[in-house]
Design a protein around this ligand. Structure first.
Ligand SMILES: [Ca+2]
Ligand SMILES: [Ca+2]
Ligand SMILES: [Ca+2]
Length: 161
């Protein structure tokens, strides 16, 4: 059995891959690898979020462990890179902690609580929350992380002026 810790990690530079070209490397990109993997694994599946351009990009740069396959291992490696390269709480990995990150944590938990169907975008968000959502560092991701993050953000923006 291959565990996450047993996977040899490449440097973060090599795991910084922006697959959808939005200028950010975050959970959405990790989810795109999952979407591509589902397409490869399930013939009839055609991902609504993948374009031919993104597929080509994934084929070119997303085989992070170099086994010539695109699968969950590559997605996991990208998520580890995302976790290592970003501050806790910065869910969308834009280098800024703000209300968007807090609401990402909150909306993820609200949706999970009611068991709603996920869109691919929301799954990307969920992956981001999974690796970066523990803002207060108590090993649990919940609404307290969102409120703590918001409090810090509000304090920081008040000090600025
Ligand atoms: Ca991206
Ligand atoms: Ca691979
Ligand atoms: Ca952010």
């Amino acid at each position: 059995m291959l565990t996450v810790s047993a996977i040899p990690l490449k440097t973060s530079a090599q795991t910084q891959i922006d697959l959808n070209g939005d200028g950010l490397v975050n959970g959405y990109d990790a989810n795109l690898i999952m979407e591509r993997y589902m397409e490869i694994a399930v013939q009839e599946y055609n991902s609504p979020v993948l374009t031919d351009e993104i597929r080509a990009q994934i084929g070119a740069v997303a085989d992070l462990n170099g086994d010539d396959k695109i699968n969950t291992t590559d997605s996991t490696l990208l998520l580890i890179g995302i976790k290592n390269d970003n501050k806790a709480g910065d869910i969308n990995c834009d280098g800024i902690l703000d209300g968007r990150d807090a609401s990402a944590i909150l909306s993820y938990y609200a949706k999970r609580a009611v068991g709603k169907e996920y869109s691919a975008e929301e799954r990307g968000l969920e992956l981001g929350v999974g690796v970066l959502g523990d803002y207060d560092g108590n090993s649990t991701i919940d609404a307290r992380d969102a409120s703590e993050l918001l409090r810090t953000y509000v304090e920081a923006s008040t000090v600025k002026n």
